[in-house]
Design a protein around this ligand. Structure first.
Ligand code: UGA
Length: 451
């Protein structure tokens, strides 16, 4: 089918490539000419595993093109995807100006009949607004608006787009559902589950999923705070929980909390929507508060272990909001860096791919070219993001480079025995610090941190 995709961000660009792989003709468009130029040259403007290779292949196939001017493409398009940004306003409300502007452009240049697919994460009720804009701008246009929320994760975006666990379509007429069944036919034939609902339920389901996943993480992090105080081990506690199929193991890893461009903003947008609808969703506020505390808890433990932070150098491994991405938006690791810098520490960060973005976001952070460089002379090492490459670190070498051998595991990535063998005082999240056989004042104070 002939499709136009508005927005070439983490969702839009992956959607362009996935639709093209499945045989559709795709024109991707964005208001940012620089991004379009890069993408045309086969270079995504952000890092996503497998995306660059797939993009180049599809550009060569000839089914996928990009433009800053979608007018021509809209003239023959059957389906338009809205994948533009919906950033948070100061009060948490989703800013939908780019969605409205897209609807306006579609109305002006589409020949119709056309199906307008809302893929950006938007509050329930947005499709009604899109419909209103389309009919006001072009009373003669035959169109259908459907909701088709995206569930892909950064870092595994291509995999998730090609092999999703579900495809959700919200529509209000048989024609809308039929168009989407045709579009997703290659996936449906592969056995992917298609869930069809009304439009508002589909819009709301996306917020419900993200908020629930965030809630699971915050539950684990609240448990971590209790375990640190009680002398229990949160890893053991969540392992017991995960053995119950009704609970499951996913998103129960305690650490420095969730970040990225989805959970934090979707949570506040969902709460804002609930409020507007007259329901006080206080549970979501609590989820956000526990998430902030997850970062503060590490900063407090570091301060307790190191005493004054003004003359301390801290190595921070991992700066992106999660592994396999260069995205630092709402990164808990950077939030921790900011907090430690505010308290007077010097933070030296290392990240396999997010260093440039981290420096742009937080210019006060020093950037090292590898983990050992970051650890040189450091008074403690903190793991902020669990990149796979950190699992093969030479821990003895790392320890030998530090001024004080204290390791805070903000993602519970390491095994306590490994750390002790390497000579570190190991401070996991959600349990008490563990010291190597040698005793000393520093270790004792690290121990007191969570007592
Ligand atoms: C999330 C959802 O998982 C996707 O389904 C959704 O499509 C996407 O938001 C979106 O709305 O666009 P993403 O933000 O890419 O995807 O990242 P996740 O893998 O969900 O991780 C989010 C954050 O939670 C990360 O900072 C991660 O480190 C943290 N996390 C995850 C934990 O702290 N503990 C866990 O157990 C799991």
């Amino acid at each position: 089918m002939k499709t136009v995709v508005f927005g070439t961000g983490h969702v839009g660009l992956v959607t362009c490539v996935a639709l093209s792989i499945k045989g559709h003709t795709v024109v991707g468009t964005d208001v940012d000419a620089e991004k379009i130029e890069m993408i045309r040259g086969g270079q995504p403007w952000f890092f996503e595993p497998g995306l660059e290779e797939a993009l180049r292949e599809q550009l060569d196939e000839g089914r996928l093109t990009f433009t800053v001017d979608p007018r021509d493409a809209l003239g023959s398009a059957q389906v338009v995807f809205i994948c533009v940004g919906t950033p948070p306003r100061a009060d948490g409300e989703a800013n939908l100006i780019a969605v409205e502007e897209t609807a306006r452009i579609v109305a002006r240049h589409a020949a119709g009949p056309i199906t307008v697919v809302e893929k950006s994460t938007v509050p329930a009720g947005t499709a009604e607004r899109v419909k209103m804009t389309l009919s006001r701008e072009r009373p003669d246009l035959t169109f259908e608006v459907v909701s088709n929320p995206e569930f892909l994760r950064e870092g595994s975006g291509m995999e998730d787009a090609l092999f999703p666990d579900r495809i959700l379509v919200g529509a209000e007429s048989g024609r809308g559902f039929q168009t989407m069944r045709r579009l997703y036919d290659p996936w449906i034939r592969d056995g992917v589950r298609l869930i069809e609902t009304d439009i508002v339920s589909a819009e709301l389901a996306k917020h419900a999923c993200n908020a629930f996943l965030a809630l699971k993480i915050s539950y684990a992090n609240a448990l971590a705070r209790i375990c640190e105080r009680a002398g229990a081990n949160v890893r053991d506690v969540t392992t017991v929980m995960a053995a119950d199929d009704r609970i499951g193991s996913a998103f129960l890893n305690a650490g420095i909390g969730y970040g990225g461009y989805c959970f934090p903003k979707d949570l506040v947008a969902f709460e804002y929507l609930a409020n507007r609808l007259g329901y006080d969703f206080g549970l979501l506020r609590e989820v956000g508060k526990i998430n902030d505390e997850a970062v503060e808890a590490v900063a407090e433990r570091v301060q307790e272990a190191l005493w004054n932070l003004e003359d301390k150098r801290i190595a921070l491994l991992g700066l992106s909001f999660k592994p396999e991405t260069d995205d630092v938006r709402f990164s808990p690791s950077l939030a921790l860096a900011r907090l430690l810098i505010e308290k007077g520490a010097t933070v030296v960060g290392y990240d396999p791919s997010a260093s440039a973005n981290a420096r742009a976001e937080l210019p006060q952070i020093e950037i090292a070219s590898d983990p050992y460089e970051a650890a040189r002379g450091a008074h403690c090492v903190i793991l902020g993001t669990e990149w796979k490459e950190f699992s093969t670190l030479d821990l003895s070498r790392l320890r030998a480079l530090t001024a004080y051998p204290v390791f805070f595991d903000g993602r519970n990535m390491f095994d306590e025995k490994q750390m002790i063998r390497a000579g570190f005082t190991y401070v996991p999240t959600g349990s008490r610090p563990v010291e190597p056989a040698r005793r000393g004042g520093l270790n004792a104070s690290a121990h007191r941190a969570s007592a």
